[in-house]
Each structure stands twice: as C-alpha cells, then as structure tokens.
Design a protein around this ligand. Structure first.
Ligand code: DGJ
Length: 728
C-alpha cells in the first residue's frame, strides 16, 4: 500500500496514510485542530466522532470562540495543544509575549501538501527524494503574532511519519519560546504500556515496560546530551502486545541534547504523548522576523508487535537517516587499542598490533585516547590536539604510513567537545568553556565542556580535526564525549539568551559535524560517549556506527544489544571482541562466544593482538572471514528477536532483505540440567527449502513452525551461530 496525504475539504479532515497506518485529524470549530485517530490503516476519513469528549463540570473551561459545552480544549483530543488557555494537560507550545504573558492559543490558518521533504536548517533529520515522500505543511497563528508551522512527512514505503514544528515571529516585538515540542499525539483509545530504554555507563538501554497509570510519565534529559540514562526513544504498546503481535507505536526524537518524551493519561480515557526538545531550562528569544526550528520526531506504527516496530525503524533509518555513503557499505573490521594498552602505548606498540592485524585479516587499527598533548592518563591535554612525539616519533604522518605499510588502514580517537583543566587550550582560553560568571565550573573526568555556542570554538574544533585528517591517511574517527554539561551558560550571549545555550550547543555540534562530513566524505565516523551515551538518531545521521557500550562482556552485551535493537539497526552497533577475563566484569567466556555476540553489529577487536595464542589467532582469522561473509545479512537484513535475554538462553535471527539467507545466534546464558530448547525461526519463505551450514535441509515452514531442536547440555555462556541459505 502506498502512502499519501489527503485533505477532505468538506469535512476539513487531514488523512495521512503510510504503508501500515492512518493518522487523522481535522480543523474543528473555531479553527482548533483536533485529533481523531492514529493506528492501523483504515479506509474511512471521517472518524471525528472518536475525538469527542463532553465537558463535565465548571473545572473544565470552554473556549470563548466555540462556547459549546461539548467542546472544551481540556477534554477533546487536540492536535497540537497550547499552554494556558484551557487545556490543563501537558502542552506542546508555550510562547511568552513582549508583555510577559504566556497564554498561547494556536489556530489553523492554511496548509499545503508538497512532494518530498525539506531538511531542517542547522539540524539533522530524515531525508527523502521528491518521489519518496510527501509533506503536509500546516500553518496556524496565535494573537502574539507567532506563525506556527506543523510539518508532517509520510514516506512512500515505510509505516513512518516524521513531525517537526517551526515558529516564526511575524510581529514587530520580540517573543520568547518557552516550549515547542515536535509532536503531540492524543490517543483516543485508552490503555497503554510504555516501554523505555534506561541505563547508565556500562549498562545502556535496558528495556523496561510498565503500564501507564493516570498522571504523567516522562523519559527525558537535562544533561545537555541525550545521555546514558534514558534514550530518546519510547514505545506505547497495547497491553496484549508481544514481540511479534499487537499494536506498537515507537517515538524517537532525532536530537542529541535535552529532550523529553512525556505521556499523560487523563481522567477521560485519553493518552497524550508529547515529544521533542525538553522545555526544562529552555527559553528562546525570537526577535521580529526570526524563525525557530524544532528537531524532528519519528513516529512508527506496527501491528506486528515490538519486532515489527523495530524492523520498520531499522529499515527506515537505513534508507532515510544514515549517511548513504555508509548505510549499506561493508564496514571495516577494527582493532582498537583502548583495552589493549589504555594510555600506555607508543608507535612501536601500535605498529606491532597493526602487523598482527594485517596477518589476521583485520582492516584497520584505531588509535584510541592518549596520543596528543602530554596525555598519559585522563587528567590532561584534551583540547591540545598536537601529537605527543615522545610517544609517537615522527608524529601522525610517520605512524600512519608505518601502519599502512604493515597492511591496515588507520583510525584515530578525538574528544573534540572538551578541554582538560590541565590543558594549554584552557589556560589560553578560560572563557571558551561553559560556565557562569563567579561560580567555579563543575569538573568531571578532570575536564570541562567547551562552549559550542561560539563560532570561534567550533572553528577551533573543526580546524584541529581537519588538520589531523589533512596530515595523514586517516580513514576513521572515533568521536568521544565523556561528560555532560553543567553551568550551561555562555560568556558570548546576552542575559536574555542564556536559556538558548543548551540548544545552541547542540546546533554548534551539528555544524561541526556537517562541515566535517561534507569536507571529508570518505572518513568513517564512529560515535562514542563513555560507551553508548548519546546514542541517538541525530548522531546516527553523522555517525553510521556507535560504540555501543564500554561493557564488552558478551553476557552483559546481550542485554545492551537487545535494548539498542529496539530502535537502532545492527549496522549502527559497534561490537568488539575483548579479552577474557573481561576488564569490566571479570567474567571468563570463550573466544567463540565473544565473537558470536559481537557479530550482531559492526565487528572488531578491543584487545592486544600481540598477546593471542596460536589457537586464538586461528579463531580471529575464522571470525573475521565469517563476519565478512555474513555481515550483509546482519547489517542490511531484518532482525527477529527469537528469545529475549531475560531467559536462560537467548536467540536472535537476521534474515537478508530478499529472504534467501538467515543467520541465527543462540547463546546459553545460564546452564541448566536437562533443558529442552526449541527455536522457531521467523521471516523465511515458508515454501522454500533452506540448507544450513551442517548440510541439513528444512522447508521454511518447518523452521518457523516446528522449529529447530536446540536441546543439549549447554554450558554457561556457550553459543552457536547457524547459517541458512535458500536452495535454488
Ligand atoms: C570512553 C570510551 O567509551 C572508551 O572506549 C575509550 O575511548 C575511552 N573513553 C578513552 O578515554
């Protein structure tokens, strides 16, 4: 089914149909926009009866323009609710005028439906060619003179709608934006569970699902970064929704700073969800004629449970968000020296790792933290991006050519947004960090956050990185970010613009990434933030892969990768084999299982190759060749989470886009005596015969319905990967 946007003039109804969903709202009495329906695709457009709620008592105000006891902004389902004018639920828009009044009331004025999708000035967002999407641009106004445009894009073959908002000051006085969310949905049918991805350092994106109770539930960040603690993703699920069945709505804010996804269940059976820039600590001064753009929120609907929702998001991100230079390209197999050497390395050590890497079929050596300034621990030198020639004789050009001569490519680590307290940069420019006058700046990992609202700071960061890239044959950057923002203020902005600093910081970051990706299109960027903090869709636009977590223990990774896969495709998940016992948990696991778990994303090593035994070297050769043979299935295929990692065993399956290949991973987490395990595959052609790597032949229908018998005595952390190929 193709997607489209229709406007039904007579009833003043907008209907947005995607490949699997319908989204319906209309212009109601007095120019209010009321919401009617979002869910599985339906044929009718006039379902306005769904949004009607009756005003019940005098605590529910009526609109002065409508004056109908059945129509209160506080009870009907609203499309983009405003603060202070009778809707007491969580609101999407609040504007303070030049008189300091913040009652806001947005009403419909006009709209147009256009082909394609425009980019958001200064911000990453999903992209689409003219024939791949349609956008509704709906304009409304408020008496303050604010001209508010709601943007809705539907994509030709995805069950996805993206939404964003812009506000223009069409008056001749300044106004202040106090909150501008990208999207609001008032669900007219009640009863949802809300699923979120919480976490912390080393334990990112743990899945948690709770019944939504009356009142407000919110996932958000005020850290200046989307952060480790709550990912900017949430799903609303019907109570009966499972991994493969039932209604699942996903919401993902394409933003790397303070965001909020907030749901409220009201007294009249309605669930509202608002998504976008967190309004806490935010205020944006809009001078006459200026325009403000919100980040985008991606809305996805699937009737096929969590699995359907994730697969839809994965496909959408591969086709419409991730840099197309990299989205489907085979990724290099890396060896990163962080867990191999930490700060204790020199050029000789790196070259000797590179030589081993080349012998083992690995594509690239990544030099991690500690190559610059006088950095031998985490106490100094961030911001001083000159090579430490005591460690690396001859600097980057010499090291990179030696690594290349050894037979592998070279990648490098930066933490560009920071300055160490002990750094030449901070001594030279104390005013370049985020700080408030007279207050000592908070410190974390001995470092401060640079003020990216300043053009001179952004230029310095860009120039430092560009000069390294221009000096040597560097093919990859790991972009780290190891602390969050505090004292969020800028010496370069006036007092009435300090509420803008958090958002301007993020815009500064995007501007640097935009320049870098434009000027160095062939350099692969990997995101990192003490592992997988700030793993958000906006950064995936620039970073086709992201260091999933600093916890490289394969058993811990099962949960982390499972949670990450709720929203983000495997091609974005950077997964490395590290040493055993594991540095973070002390757990001992086999080399095979470490590899099998790391195959679930973009693959590499995080250990000292020089220390491997002959047997382990053989295993590395096998793993690298297996990854290269099958990575297209994982990186571009459909994910089926067969058994969650909350059981004694876990299993997942990737099916290639054309259904002709599948890769199944089974991991025993806790050994059990005499267990019985059946594995029912999914997503195969039922009528085709599949042959596995043991030469066994099964019809797809057999594998999916009767399943594989995995019963045997599995030991703790034992695992296997089975490859299936369609015959003929
Ligand atoms: C945190 C990252 O997550 C690690 O992989 C490593 O790059 C360190 N920073 C280096 O300081």
């Amino acid at each position: 089914m193709t997607s489209s946007i229709s406007f039904y003039e007579e009833k003043q109804i907008f209907k947005l149909d995607t490949s699997g969903s319908s989204y319906i709202f209309g212009v109601d009495k007095g120019g209010y926009l009321t919401h009617y329906y979002y869910g599985a695709r339906i044929a009718d457009h006039d379902v306005s009866y769904l949004g009607v709620r009756e005003g019940h008592d005098s605590s529910v105000p009526l609109s002065a323009d409508v004056d109908d006891w059945r129509f209160s902004p506080d009870t009907v389902a609203m499309e983009y609710p405003c603060f202070g004018t009778g809707d007491y639920r969580i609101s999407a828009l609040e504007i303070k005028d030049a008189n300091g009044h913040n009652s806001t009331d947005f009403r419909y004025r006009s709209h147009k439906i256009v082909a394609g999708k425009k980019p958001i000035p200064g911000m990453p967002s999903a992209f689409a060619a003219e024939d791949e999407a349609e956008t509704l641009e709906l304009v409304g106004t408020d008496i303050t003179g604010a001209e508010v445009t709601l943007y809705y894009t539907v994509f030709k073959s995805h069950p996805v709608i993206t939404r964003r908002v812009s506000v223009k000051n069409a008056s001749n006085k300044p106004m202040f934006l106090e909150r501008v969310y990208s999207a609001c949905v008032d669900f007219t049918h009640p009863e949802f569970d809300m699923l979120g991805l919480w976490g912390c350092w080393g334990r990112e994106r743990k899945v948690e699902r709770n019944k939504l109770a009356h009142g407000i539930t919110s996932f958000s960040s005020v850290r200046g970064a989307s952060g480790h603690y709550h990912n900017p993703f949430a799903a609303l699920l019907a109570p009966e929704t499972t991994e493969e069945h039932g209604d699942a709505y996903g919401f993902n804010v394409v933003y790397s700073g303070n965001y909020a996804i907030t749901a409220e269940v009201d007294a009249f059976g309605l669930t509202r969800i608002i998504c976008g820039l967190n309004h806490e600590g935010f205020e944006w001064k809009l001078d006459a004629g200026e325009e403000f753009y919100t980040p985008e929120t991606v809305l996805v609907y699937s009737a096929e449970g969590l699995g359907g929702m994730s697969r839809a998001l994965h496909r959408f991100y591969r086709e419409h968000l991730i840099n197309q230079r990299w989205a489907r390209a085979p990724r290099p197999v890396l060896v990163n020296n962080w867990e191999a050497t930490y700060f204790a390395f020199d050029d000789e050590k790196l070259v000797s790792i590179a030589k081993d890497a080349a012998e083992l079929g690995i594509d690239m050596l990544v030099m991690d933290d500690g190559w610059f300034g006088k950095r031998n621990d985490d106490r100094s030198s961030l911001g001083d991006w000159n090579t430490n020639e005591e460690k690396l004789k001859g600097g980057l050009p010499s090291l990179v050519s030696r690594v290349n001569e050894a037979g592998v490519d070279f990648g490098i680590w930066f933490e560009p947004e920071m300055a160490s307290r002990d750094s030449e940069l901070y001594r030279r420019h104390p005013e370049w960090i985020l700080h408030t006058e007279g207050r000592k700046p908070s410190i974390a990992r001995h470092q401060y956050v640079l003020d990216l609202t300043r053009q001179d700071v952004c230029d310095y960061i860009y120039d430092s990185i560009a000069s390294a890239l221009n000096s040597a044959n560097i093919k990859y950057i790991k972009w780290d970010f190891n602390r969050n923002l505090t004292e969020v203020a800028s010496a370069s902005l006036p007092s009435d613009r300090q509420g803008e600093v958090g958002h301007r910081y993020v815009l500064g970051l995007y501007s640097i990434l935009e320049r870098l990706t434009h000027d160095f299109p062939n350099v692969l960027l990997e995101g990192c933030s003490s592992g997988g903090g700030r793993y958000d869709p906006a950064l995936l636009y620039y970073f086709p892969q992201y260091w999933t977590s600093d916890d490289t223990d394969p058993i811990e990774r099962l949960n982390i990768q499972y949670g990450t896969s709720m929203a983000y495709p495997a091609s974005t998940m950077s997964c490395h084999v590290s040493a055993s016992p594991n540095h973070q948990t002390g757990r001992r696991t086999s080399f095979e299982t470490r590899g099998n778990v790391a195959f679930a994303g973009t693959f590499g090593y995080e250990l000292d190759l020089n220390k491997l035994t002959e047997h382990e070297r053989e295993l590395v050769r096998e793993q690298v060749s297996m990854y290269k043979k099958y990575s297209h299935i994982v990186n571009n295929g459909d994910l089926y989470r067969l058994i969650p990692p909350t059981e004694d065993v876990t299993a997942w399956e990737y099916v290639s886009e054309d259904g002709s290949e599948a890769l199944v991973t089974f991991v025993a987490i806790n050994a059990r005596i005499a267990p019985v395990y059946f594995l029912h595959l999914r997503g195969l052609d039922p009528d085709a015969v599949y042959v596995d790597n043991f030469g066994r032949r099964f019809f797809g229908s057999t594998l999916m319905n009767a399943g594989l018998n995995m019963t045997r005595g599995w030991h703790d952390a034992e695992s296997t990967v089975i490859y299936f190929k369609k015959e003929g």
